[in-house]
Ligand binder design. Structure first.
Ligand code: SF4
Length: 204
């Protein structure tokens, strides 16, 4: 397990992987997935522990430094970006001014941790939303994610996926290939939900 480093002086707010620029805006997440990259030694090749959550100004300084030639900018990081909804909206708006595609990777639990429906506010700002479906049913999801929302978490994710389709052009449900995950059943579920399906390899 990688030790959390809150004193990391060279914290990474933005990092490129291939033709995408990833933004790391928080380390917080309500879940504690067994496969979470936060718990691995290799991570994504960058030390993504933040010593503080970056401001819009700090994030945009890094985006400007990398430039706007990336195929897409992705809210990702070690944590759940929608725990900072105002930052996501403001930064996404600024990036969209440069005609760059914006993707949001989320655990799909925003209804539960925010207590309101953020999705209408993301319309026009987010081009692709990738939602962690994680499992084929509520029991498997709970076991895998150790979510504090227990058995209520999975139906909330499904509902979030359904409503995302109303406001965001491309919706992807993802699972990590991990022991105990029934990939075939999860794929069928994504098909029922009429969204794209993506299998993420553990150290992708
Ligand atoms: S939802 Fe994502 S960030 Fe949160 S614990 Fe799971 S893998 Fe980690």
């Amino acid at each position: 397990m990688q030790e959390k480093d809150n004193t990391n002086p060279n914290m990474v707010i933005a990092y490129p992987i291939q033709d995408a620029l990833y933004l790391n805006i928080t380390n917080r997440c309500p879940n504690a997935c067994l496969f979470c990259i936060r718990e691995t030694t290799g991570g994504v090749g960058y030390n993504l522990w933040l010593n503080h959550e970056p401001s819009v100004h700090e994030i945009m300084m890094m985006v400007e430094e990398y430039g706007y030639h990336y195929r897409e900018v992705v809210f990702c990081g070690y944590g759940e970006p929608l725990l900072r909804p105002e930052i996501v909206k403001e930064v996404a708006g600024k990036i969209k001014e440069h005609q760059v595609s914006v993707r949001l990777n989320t655990n799909g639990l925003a209804d539960l941790f925010l207590g309101y429906d953020i999705l209408p506010e993301l319309a026009e700002l987010i081009d692709t939303i990738s939602i962690s479906l994680n499992a084929e049913n509520a029991a498997a999801y709970e076991k895998l994610t150790q979510s504090p929302y227990g058995i209520n978490a999975f139906p909330a994710v499904l509902d979030f996926i359904r409503r995302s389709k109303l406001v965001i052009p491309k919706v992807v449900a993802s699972v990590v290939r991990y022991p105990g995950v029934d990939i075939k059943k999860a794929a069928l579920l994504a098909e029922d939900l009429k969204v794209d399906f993506r299998i993420r390899e553990l150290m992708e």
